[in-house]
Design a protein around this ligand. Structure first.
Ligand code: ZN
Length: 286
């Protein structure tokens, strides 16, 4: 979170504050395809401009009593554009006196700078933990009756590290990524399979990615591989248009269940692989 990428991502996130359920309904009733909405001024601060001839989406903006809210830890309250956007009253003593009609615009009605993406940095390094985990994951792949193939990234969809094909019973992992990333990617693709994605359980791509990456993160952490550099940005990007934390919360039950089951099975594999693990790890470490 200290990186510049995270900072700009979170700054942008912070601008798209929460709308009340009533306003969400108002927004969707006027533009069912709306994904990211903000007021005219907020878009301008983000380097984007409302296109000529676009009509705003009407919402109800609360009007608060004159009393100034306490500024947070040295932060100055700018206030200008914020009242245009139906900000939800969070503090209990901050109750609106009335509502007025305000207008917001969907991102599709704007032009300009692309919004910052959360950084999902590919993992580097070849830790002993990653090698041991890969060996165990491969046993699970086998037990599930799946085929695992390493492929040249040029033959894979652009920017992907791996994929799972439920119909073919196949997992493909890039042969050009570091072992730490390989372990993470293999856990992610196997998680798609264990979560039954594409095999009768299809909660939608953003949820499926949040679930698979959540499982991969939990499993890798359990085996001593920290994937947060990659995982948080990955999930943030997939859930960006789906309510962010709400989507992760929704995915958490499946993550917990499948990660738990996977860890139990990998633990059982530990006994089998540990015999040859030291030699193998030493060889691959080079
Ligand atoms: Zn995936």
């Amino acid at each position: 979170m200290s990186s510049e990428g995270w900072r700009s991502f979170l700054t942008a996130q912070a601008r798209f504050h929460t709308y009340s359920p009533g306003n969400v309904l108002l927004i969707l009733s006027q533009d069912s395809h709306a994904t990211r909405v903000a007021g005219f001024h907020t878009w301008r601060e983000l380097g984007r401009f409302v296109k000529k001839g676009e009509h705003g989406i009407a919402i109800l903006a609360p009007v608060f009593p004159k009393k100034e809210p306490k500024p947070e830890a040295g932060e100055r309250q700018t206030g200008e554009a914020h009242s245009d956007e139906g900000k939800v009253a969070v503090e209990s003593d901050h109750v609106p006196v009335r509502f007025r009609v305000a207008h917001v615009f969907d991102i599709a009605q704007t032009d300009g700078e692309p919004l910052p993406e959360a950084p999902a940095r590919r993992l580097t390094g070849a830790s002993a933990e990653a090698h041991a985990l890969i060996a165990r994951l491969m046993r699970l792949v086998e037990q599930e009756g799946l085929r695992l193939e390493y492929a040249d990234p040029k033959t894979m969809p652009r920017g992907t590290n791996g994929y799972y094909q439920p119909m073919e019973g196949r997992i493909v992992v890039s042969n050009a990524i570091a072992p730490n990333q390989q372990a993470k990617t293999l856990a992610h693709e196997l998680a798609h399979h264990l979560l039954e994605h594409g095999r009768g359980r299809e909660p939608g791509r953003p949820t499926e990615e949040a679930e698979a990456e959540g499982v991969a993160f939990v499993v890798c952490s359990r085996f001593g591989l920290d994937t947060s550099d990659y995982s948080f940005g990955y999930v943030a990007n997939w859930s960006r248009d789906e309510g962010g934390p709400a989507l992760v919360k929704q995915a958490s039950a499946a993550i917990q269940a499948v990660a738990g089951g996977m860890i139990d099975r990998l633990e059982a594999e530990r006994a089998h692989v540990s015999v040859r693990q030291p030699r193998q790890a030493a060889v691959l470490e080079r």
